[in-house]
Design a protein around this ligand. Structure first.
Ligand SMILES: NC(=O)c1ccc[n+]([C@@H]2O[C@H](COP(=O)([O-])OP(=O)(O)OC[C@H]3O[C@@H](n4cnc5c(N)ncnc54)[C@H](O)[C@@H]3O)[C@@H](O)[C@H]2O)c1
Length: 460
């Protein structure tokens, strides 16, 4: 049974009439479109505005929501979370969930009105109710990874464009289905790997692409480590009031509730995510893929290494505490993914030098020589697509109907490397991968790990 909250709202009209008829959303009052004070959206006529809904109001929404609110041609009209609002998030001082997110949106727009009041953002607990609204043009999927595929596919089927947080998928199969949905329904999907919209990263990738370090021999996807969570004997906890745990689990296997299973910490459970390999690793690996121009493919060989450390038996977390795997692209470039605290980033080593970017030094590209650092990339050399704001880039794509800087295929390939690395670390042997057919060669056991069963009734 789905529910909506704060039905006592006004909704805005716009020129996008095909999406403007409100569907019968259970519990929500259907009201005539209200007149929007021009102070709220300035020069942006309603017909130019993109109506956005936020699905997932947790940790990363603290970045994604204000970033979208700041875009003058976007209007956040709905938020959705299975959590009404609680202190179960990453840090005790965080009070997140749908009600605080709704308040944040209403307060933001209210501050721009003369009256100082605004009540136009609806809050939902079931994302299907959000997707049923004709007036939602785009959704931001800021859910745990095990929900990315289902929510994206249903959003595409409902005709919405999607900003989907990284890692784009939980499994290779999920990613393939997401591509299918985006392309079949002619939707825009931006993967939330925002380092592609960072000028320093772009500069480093252009240095690599234009041969400034010579022939690339080795790349390192540098990632963080993580802990083991509660130890043996951890006890099931009562589900907090206002938290729909069954809907949080969704397609994932049934499991006893513990605070360290869900909000934010889901990333340290293989059932919902891939640990640091898909957490910070989705960023650093994405930078590698972009720099090497490998967006449509990936390495052909993967091997778990001795430095991998798994949580001791009986601990709640199941993802690698220390990552160490190696891969090889068909052109011979060696790919290394390993834990190297603190921070994350990517390093490229070539026959004539190296370059590196880490979050510890976001101001500049580090390089083996001053000459590499200061070299000018000429007008006839390779210049990568320029995006200085990932959200802006997404909205521009929604308007132009041209792919954004990280379309679904690129997001899939980056996530694939993370998933394949995790599989190689678990199986502890060398695996041959066919990036065209997207199967392991002669390895049934490994191929079974490319897909996970969905808990009923969920399916894609
Ligand atoms: N791009 C980045 O730099 C970056 C940084 C952090 C997280 N992320 C990504 O953002 C996503 C969310 O991570 P987070 O750290 O915000 O986690 P989080 O647990 O803090 O937030 C996720 C939210 O989704 C809600 N949720 C879960 N299932 C739901 C459902 N079926 N319907 C509605 N709401 C549901 C949870 O209640 C929670 O509030 C992850 O994929 C993560 O990898 C990206």
């Amino acid at each position: 049974m789905s529910t909506t909250f704060n039905s006592n709202t006004t909704r805005f009209g716009s020129g996008r009439l095909t999406r403007r008829r409100f569907l019968g959303v259970a519990g929500a009052a259907v009201t005539a479109p209200a007149i929007v004070p021009s102070s709220v959206f300035g020069a942006n006529a309603p017909s130019n505005r993109i109506n956005v809904a936020l699905i997932g109001c947790g940790n990363q929404s603290r970045v994604d929501l204000p970033s979208m609110l700041r875009q003058p041609d976007a209007q956040v009209i709905a938020v959705c979370d299975v959590n009404r609002g609680s202190d179960g998030y990453a840090r005790p001082e965080h009070f997140l969930g749908r009600e605080p997110a709704q308040k944040k949106v209403n307060d933001y727009y209210a501050a721009k009105t003369r009256s100082g009041t605004y009540n136009g953002c609806d809050a939902y607990s079931d994302f299907r109710d959000v997707l049923a609204r004709d007036d939602v043009d785009a959704v931001m999927i800021v859910l745990p990874d095990h929900w990315h595929a289902l929510a994206t596919i249903k959003a595409c089927e409902a005709g919405k464009d999607v900003y989907c947080q990284k890692p784009m998928s939980l499994t290779i199969h999920d990613g393939q289905q997401m591509i299918k949905a985006v392309r079949e329904h002619k939707r825009i999907l931006q993967t939330g790997s925002q380092y592609r919209s960072n000028a320093v990263v772009r500069r480093m990738c252009e240095l690599v692409r234009n041969g400034r370090i010579g022939e690339v021999k080795r790349v390192v996807s540098i990632i963080n480590g993580s802990g083991s969570g509660p130890g043996p004997g951890w006890k099931e906890m009562p589900v907090p009031d206002g938290f729909d745990y069954d809907m949080w689990l969704g397609p994932a296997p049934d499991a006893r509730y513990h605070i360290d299973r869900c909000l934010y910490r889901f990333r340290f459970h293989l059932d919902y995510s891939g640990g640091q390999v898909t957490n910070t690793g989705a960023h650093s690996t994405d930078i590698v893929q972009w720099a090497l121009g490998m967006d449509g493919t990936g390495p052909v060989e993967f091997e778990g290494q001795e430095g991998t450390v798994w949580p001791p038996s009986g601990h709640l977390y199941t993802t690698a505490m220390k990552t160490d795997f190696r891969a090889r692209y068909a052109n011979g470039i060696e790919f290394v993914c390993r834990t190297q605290d603190p921070g994350f980033g990517a390093r490229f080593e070539g026959t004539e030098g190296w370059v590196q970017f880490t979050v510890n030094n976001m101001r500049e590209v580090e390089a083996s020589s001053e000459a590499i650092k200061t070299t000018v990339i000429g007008p006839d050399e390779i210049h990568l697509q320029v995006s200085n704001n990932h959200y802006r880039n997404f909205l521009d794509s929604v308007k132009s109907r041209k792919d954004p800087i990280e379309p679904v295929e690129a997001g899939h390939r980056t996530a694939s490397i993370c998933h394949l690395g995790n599989i190689a670390m678990q199986l502890k042997r060398k695996l041959q991968w066919d990036p065209e057919k997207e199967v392991f060669r002669n390895d049934d056991e490994a191929n079974k790990m490319l897909r996970r069963p969905y808990r009923k009734p969920w399916q894609i």
